[in-house]
Write a protein that binds this ligand. Sequence first.
Ligand code: ATP
Ligand code: MG
Length: 567
Amino acid sequence: MSEEIKEEALVNESGLNFIEQEIQQDLAAGKNGGRLNTRFPPEPNGYLHIGHAKAFIMDFGAAEKFGGTCNLRFDDTNPAKEDNEYVEAIKRDIHWLGYDWEDRLYYASDYFPQLFDLAVRMIKEGKAYVDEQTSEQIAEQKGTPTRPGTDSPFRNRPVEENLDLFMRMNKGEFPDGAMVLRAKIDMASDNMHFRDPIMYRIIHAPHWRTGDTWKVYPMYDFAHGQSDYFEGVTHSICTLEFVPHRPLYEYFVKELADESYCPRQIEFNRLNLTYTVMSKRKLLQLVKEGLVAGWDDPRMPTICGLRRRGYTPSAIKDFVSRIGYTRYEALNHIELLEHSVREDLNKTATRVSAVKNPVKLIITNYPEGETEEVFMDNNPENPAEGQHAMPFSRELWIEREDFMENPPKKFFRLSPDKEVRLKGAYIIKCTGVKKNDAGEIEEIYAEYDPDTLSGRPGADRKVKGTLHWVSVPTAVRAEVRDYDRLFAVENPSAEEGDFRDLLNPDSLKVLDNVMIEPWLAERAKAGDHFQFQRLGYYTVDPDSTPDHLVFNKTIGLKDTWAKIQKK
Ligand code: ATP
Ligand code: MG
């Protein structure tokens, strides 16, 4: 509750969040010549997830709102972990959400020469030195927030020696970890990031863009602000964990900037979702160890996973706008995301009939061999979408769960001597069942009332239950992949122990005997969304072929968000 009040306080009367308000003020004050240029800076070491979407919806969205521009910059400063596969996937995912960087595609590696020159200049000015200690020693000397750090024995080495070593570091004369270049700032600073931060480290791995040119690579803190500066970025929007880095961002930028133009960093709260993890490292582990089917497994919080699952760009944007941008960390309920998806698909998804767990219903008083057409609304939310015909015949598939021989009191589906309406067709009354030797129901028998079809005298007759169905002779068999939450616990990142032990063992159920109506079979193309009547929203999987149709369960019909809100 208190979270909600805080969030509201950060949105002004014009509906601008606190970052947009800052941007508006900077523009009004004529800062940076009245320019707005944001950037989205993914590291190409994994696929984007919905948290990244929150970030780039801000970056591209603010640029759109205020007539500015947004760059896409790959933060490719660590050749050991990065790959072009990720670059292509990231571009695809940003485009899918409707954003475009036009001709503003950049790479931090574009700036390696300028960054190197700046480092050399700082060495010459006595602002940087080469430290030959191990990373453990450096960490040990860092001190704590309450205890100042201690100087490295290499801190006051002569400029010439620093220059010579840095050049040789880059020539490849020393192995990884042998030495680093550090900024000479203040080992007693209150801000731990100011205690002589590392600027460059040695990495002997070919870079996918610059090859073997470099043997030293800049650290994030030494690369990010300067890259913003080189590109003309005015507002560098990132997540709250960078708040303590901001003074360092400003420190390095000052080495370059003047009054006329200076980028600034603004931070907002990360997106964290219940029942999943957002760490790229953990997501990579799930993929590498085959615990999911790939980055685009429909259970993954990745953008490509959500897309395959059937989540839409507008639903994702709606969710992000509902959770908002604040300065307070939060854990967002996945039910709200699901609510946004459900609302969107309710407006757009065509209604069709599919029976997931079929059992045969025989209407004994319906003529054998006869077929008629009944008409189904394509989308009752939008009557303009019209209707489509569905064949009705003597033998139908219905859900096994929709029949009970000995039902409890409030069971309004089919049971002996009880009536139900078959959706879009007749009222029927159950007259009996046939069982196999094991006692399982093989066939259900019923009689229909011919008067109860739409347009006939008994059309308005009410019964308590309505069942969906598919006519047996024309039914097409399909596969359905029924998904549930990836993790069994609400906040896997907060639990002790191995996160893999918290995976939901029932997150995927494959049903390979689903009966669908022929109209659906004819038009189901990868990526299409449908509402299976009474079952939920389903999306055609890219694996689907005309001979073997595959649907992913996107989301059920029941909205669980309202219940969560009341808690
Ligand atoms: P890494 O640990 O590899 O740095 P990362 O998720 O921060 O992982 P980046 O590629 O650096 O990955 O992220 C690009 C941008 O997306 C950054 O500006 C970062 O702040 C933002 N971002 C990352 N995760 C989230 C999240 N969960 N919510 C909102 N923004 C995020
Ligand atoms: Mg990061």
